[in-house]
Design a protein around this ligand. Sequence first.
Ligand SMILES: *[C@@H]1O[C@H](CO)[C@@H](O)[C@H](O)[C@H]1NC(C)=O
Ligand SMILES: *[C@@H]1O[C@H](CO)[C@@H](O)[C@H](O)[C@H]1NC(C)=O
Ligand SMILES: *[C@@H]1O[C@H](CO)[C@@H](O)[C@H](O)[C@H]1NC(C)=O
Ligand SMILES: *[C@@H]1O[C@H](CO)[C@@H](O)[C@H](O)[C@H]1NC(C)=O
Ligand SMILES: *[C@@H]1O[C@H](CO)[C@@H](O)[C@H](O)[C@H]1NC(C)=O
Ligand SMILES: *[C@@H]1O[C@H](CO)[C@@H](O)[C@H](O)[C@H]1NC(C)=O
Ligand SMILES: *[C@@H]1O[C@H](CO)[C@@H](O)[C@H](O)[C@H]1NC(C)=O
Ligand SMILES: *[C@@H]1O[C@H](CO)[C@@H](O)[C@H](O)[C@H]1NC(C)=O
Ligand SMILES: *[C@@H]1O[C@H](CO)[C@@H](O)[C@H](O)[C@H]1NC(C)=O
Length: 702
Amino acid sequence: MLLQLNVILIAILIAILSTTKAESQVAQSLPGCPDKCGNITIPYPFGTQKHCSLSEAYQVNCKNLSVPKANFKILNITVDGLMYGLLPVAHQCYNSTGSINQLQHNIKLSRFRISSTLNLLTAVGCHANAALKDLKDGSYISVCISRTSCNGLENGSCFGQGCMQVPLPFRLTKFRLHAQRVTTKVGSWSFNNCTYAFLVQKDQYTFHETDLDKMHNRSFPVALEWTVGNTSCKEAKKNKNSYICKENSICVDSLVKVDQGNPGYTCSCAKGYQGNAYLPHGCQDVNECEGPQNDCVYGVYGCLNTNGSYTCSCPSGMLGDGRESGSGCTHIEAKSLRSFLYIAIGTGPAASIVLTFILYWGLKQRRTIKNKEMFFKKNGGLILQKILFESKQPSHKAKIFAARVLVKATNNFHKTNVIGQGGYGTVYKGTLEDNTRVAIKKSKSIDENQIEQFINEVIMLSEVSHPNVVRLLGCCLETQTPLLVYEFVTNKTVFHHLHQKDCVSSMTFERRLNIATQTAEALAHIHSTTQIIHRDIKSSNILLTDDYTVKVSDFGISRFIPMDQTHIQTLVHGTLGYIDPEYFRSGILTEKSDVYSFGMVLVELITGRKVYSYDGTESELGLAMFFVSSLERGCLIQILDDQAKKEGISDHIDYVAKIAKDCIQLEGKKRPNMEVVKEELEKLRQSFIKSSPGESWSSSLD
Ligand SMILES: *[C@@H]1O[C@H](CO)[C@@H](O)[C@H](O)[C@H]1NC(C)=O
Ligand SMILES: *[C@@H]1O[C@H](CO)[C@@H](O)[C@H](O)[C@H]1NC(C)=O
Ligand SMILES: *[C@@H]1O[C@H](CO)[C@@H](O)[C@H](O)[C@H]1NC(C)=O
Ligand SMILES: *[C@@H]1O[C@H](CO)[C@@H](O)[C@H](O)[C@H]1NC(C)=O
Ligand SMILES: *[C@@H]1O[C@H](CO)[C@@H](O)[C@H](O)[C@H]1NC(C)=O
Ligand SMILES: *[C@@H]1O[C@H](CO)[C@@H](O)[C@H](O)[C@H]1NC(C)=O
Ligand SMILES: *[C@@H]1O[C@H](CO)[C@@H](O)[C@H](O)[C@H]1NC(C)=O
Ligand SMILES: *[C@@H]1O[C@H](CO)[C@@H](O)[C@H](O)[C@H]1NC(C)=O
Ligand SMILES: *[C@@H]1O[C@H](CO)[C@@H](O)[C@H](O)[C@H]1NC(C)=O
């Protein structure tokens, strides 16, 4: 417990000292200096004018992209101590009379060095030699292609057949490059009278047999290292005036052969910073909280950026380091919370400091939250976080999912994971890291004016725990539109089972009665424990598990998603039949509207007909009117589903029909509430099981 306290205290101290910065494009040059030659970035200590570079050696001539006292053309410069330049090819050729025509290169690199790890010395030719002499100390290396080469030329390989590459044993700053034919016998190979020698960046040269004799005027990229100063880091740090690395950086000694003089050092940003370490304020804090770099359990919400690092925190009522890689966040039992406070208070004056800090921390948290991501704000993340962080009941089950977790779970929302699509958005299936299967609903944007209610509803729904309601596990608000994460239900919808030919036979009357009863139970439960109205009860929103247990989906959330044109159309054509006509006329929604929709599901269950059908056999008013009029004319039996007719005992069917009729009364006040409907259906189900013992046996075996 005291350890936890220490962790919290450290977090508090860091939090107090930190500020949140806006992400900005980090400058690469001194103020007022151009940072580019054409499209090539020139980072300080390099510069294009005298006062813009560290010294003359770093002054880039933009016209021919060169630096003084060096004869290579710059391709690019990176701030991490590398630059790429073009170097020419040396050659030696014989003509038919045996005369030699050759070109050697004396290459000067000023204070820059050819990297010995990133480049290769290359020879192209037959029975030939590429040689390189360090003009500073006279050391010499060569690469030889043997006499027997060029008998088995192979495109793309450089292992001795017409081509050979070797690594460089040391860094070079001034050297001669030349090519040499080993044999002087003219015409040994009619296709090859020339030898070439060049340096090239690894993997940047591929040999082709057509290159033989045809490489005179080519040049190749090489990687060069650059450093600053001419001492070691240790020496440089002694003299503050000439030490070049700026704040929040580290100094790195250049590794080089001792006898080559001191090559200086490079500067790079310390961990948690990025940018140009040679410029004042060049190393900028990386805001780990905004990117995927942090591993806070509560993502952006429980993350606090600090200079060079970040801390994670847990909502109030929870303890832990808040990190996925660490102890995460766990609820403190009320009892242990009390003993925690006793310990704090028991330690005397220190305790009041601790408590003050805790209070300060709370305030600080709230202040820092103000700077969080735009989407998160737009989507009500602040409100949700506030509710979760400040909740007195640690029982809140709504979980905030980090976007990266859901991206991983759905293989980046791959289209093979789509399991549903409609006017509301798209539903994906996914698997979380702990192997939980989830359905992730990617909605159209939510109505910004209703965010607070939306969040409240998310929290309320996530706390509903009823066996016949699909569980809302939580949401992710970091994305452009909020993602809702539900438990995954495996066996499609009631609509599918009723209207898909090969499924109908599995829909026994008892099963239909069970579905009706369980759906009524779910609705009754929601109506009695929350203020939530479903609004869109229909057979395609009633999901089934493998053993045909009902899971009602999509509670409440639908009203926050503005309906676009296409949705209104599908509403009119597809699900109009379920809508309470009173609500449709008046716009006033009550829980009796759900009762009406439920009544239509009952009708659908016993008639097996789609609630609105296009075939014109039913009146414009749809199945509701058709059902009621058939019932009044005493010809219900004609419109019943065959399956229901076969198995249902006519008394039972009549009774379900009566309940359905009560539910779809035009006047909402006359409809029973869900509690009553549930009880009647339950009674009916019991009596059905008693009256058909065969069924009851098989159902009790389930
Ligand atoms: C810069 O521009 C030249 C042509 O103007 C182009 O060939 C080269 O690829 C460009 N380099 C980069 C890094 O964009
Ligand atoms: C680039 O131009 C400058 C002056 O125009 C000249 O002194 C220098 O030698 C040139 N460098 C190369 C590599 O051509
Ligand atoms: C610099 O140029 C080299 C050689 O063309 C290339 O391999 C490297 O990717 C380039 N680096 C950048 C940062 O453009
Ligand atoms: C190389 O030299 C031989 C002998 O002089 C000549 O026959 C041949 O044409 C030359 N090949 C090339 C590619 O110049
Ligand atoms: C070979 O080169 C020598 C010297 O460059 C030249 O005098 C002679 O004419 C050349 N021979 C041929 C056949 O090109
Ligand atoms: C090598 O490639 C060239 C064309 O690039 C082709 O003409 C030649 O036949 C190839 N040689 C081998 C050995 O594949
Ligand atoms: C190389 O370039 C020079 C001058 O641009 C030209 O005279 C010569 O013919 C070229 N050589 C080859 C083999 O392309
Ligand atoms: C190192 O650099 C400083 C300043 O650029 C210069 O005064 C000094 O002579 C250099 N020392 C050596 C050994 O090159
Ligand atoms: C964090 O960085 C800002 C800006 O550079 C600075 O004002 C602040 O003092 C730094 N805090 C710490 C703890 O270094």
